[in-house]
Ligand binder design. Structure first.
Ligand SMILES: [Zn+2]
Ligand SMILES: [Zn+2]
Length: 328
């Protein structure tokens, strides 16, 4: 199964046609200014995530300007610049939502997956799940903050107070997390594909204390590691690199199978956990911290019509930082 993309690109959506659940009165129409391209988009296109909305407009790192508001909209105003992240809607009633874990809501809807997203000129979102964009960011510069930044930030929080932090897979999320980690006084150890010296230089340029191949051992034991690459074999590799009591955080939505490994790698109270989606609290916290660091995003612009080129370049690993579709 292949998801269709750009199905409705160029056709402004009428509010009444929008499949966003919840009260229509809380929906806003947005002119898309920029939309970053995420690895998750590839997983959707490749049919690796179950039950996407079809046909589907991809894209969940949307920077847009509010062009119309529903009659009950109270948080946003016409002309405001906001971001639309992956978490597009939650039920607000289930045990997860009530416990502050709306990222796990079984009825949650996701932008560019179970809701139409931002590979388009216009989109529609529920105002309660939009996040204001800090003034200091350009449209393109802000777009990668909305998933690479938010999921990366949630992964960093799950890593606890680790001083020596390993990051496996040095793409869009890693290049943001590395900056926040450095700002927080941590040391970053960057792991890339074997022989990817360009990515290793990129990591060092962002302040990584060490950069090497993912099958190498870092010069010191790590307190925690975050895996952004969708490669299951990195789980035992990361476990071997963290100290006793350390954590390995899997930050991606999809990963190839994890090969079996000796219990010895897990023993010593090491733990493995995953990060699923994000909450609105993550978004608010990260948008507060990002301009303080300040997080600078490395982006490669593409025209909306070049969406497939952008996806192909992400797939082949030839992007540094994040691809951003300029939809304006
Ligand atoms: Zn819920
Ligand atoms: Zn994403």
């Amino acid at each position: 199964m292949r998801a269709m993309i750009l199905e409705q690109a160029g056709k402004p959506l009428a509010l009444r046609d929008c499949p966003v659940p919840g009260p229509r009165g809380r929906q806003v129409q947005l002119q898309v200014l920029a939309c970053a391209v995420c690895r998750t988009d590839l997983h959707v296109v490749d049919g690796e995530l179950p039950n996407p909305k079809l046909p589907l407009i991809l894209g969940h790192e949307i920077v847009g300007r509010v062009t119309r508001v529903g009659e009950q909209v109270s948080l946003l105003f016409v002309g405001q610049r906001v971001g639309v992240p992956w978490l597009g809607w939650t039920c607000g009633e289930c045990s997860y939502c009530l416990a502050g874990k709306e990222n796990l809501c079984p009825k949650a809807r996701f932008t560019g997956y179970t809701l139409d997203g931002g590979y388009a000129e216009f989109t529609v979102a529920d105002e309660r799940y939009c996040v204001p964009i800090p003034e200091s960011y350009s449209d393109a510069g802000a777009a990668p903050l909305l998933c690479a930044g938010l999921i990366g930030y949630r992964s960093l929080v799950r890593a606890g107070d680790a001083k020596r932090l390993g990051i496996y897979g040095f793409g869009a999320a890693a290049h943001i997390v590395a900056q926040v980690a450095r700002y927080q006084g941590r040391s970053v150890y960057a792991f890339t594909r074997t022989g990817d010296e360009e990515a290793q230089r990129f990591a060092k340029g962002l302040g990584a204390a060490w950069a090497g191949a993912s099958d190498e051992r870092p010069p010191e034991e790590l307190d925690a590691a975050i895996i952004f690459a969708p490669v299951g074999a990195l789980v035992p590799a990361a476990l071997a690199a963290v100290r006793k009591g350390g954590t390995v955080v899997c930050g991606g939505i999809h990963m190839s199978d994890i090969p079996s490994f000796p219990y010895d790698l897990l023993w010593g109270e090491r733990s493995v956990c995953s990060v699923a989606n994000l909450t609105r609290k993550d978004a608010a916290e990260f948008m507060e911290i990002a301009p303080k660091v300040p997080v600078r995003t490395t982006t490669q612009p593409f025209a909306l019509e070049q969406a497939n080129d952008a996806l192909n370049q992400l797939r082949s690993g030839h992007l540094q930082g994040a691809a951003v579709l300029m939809c304006d």
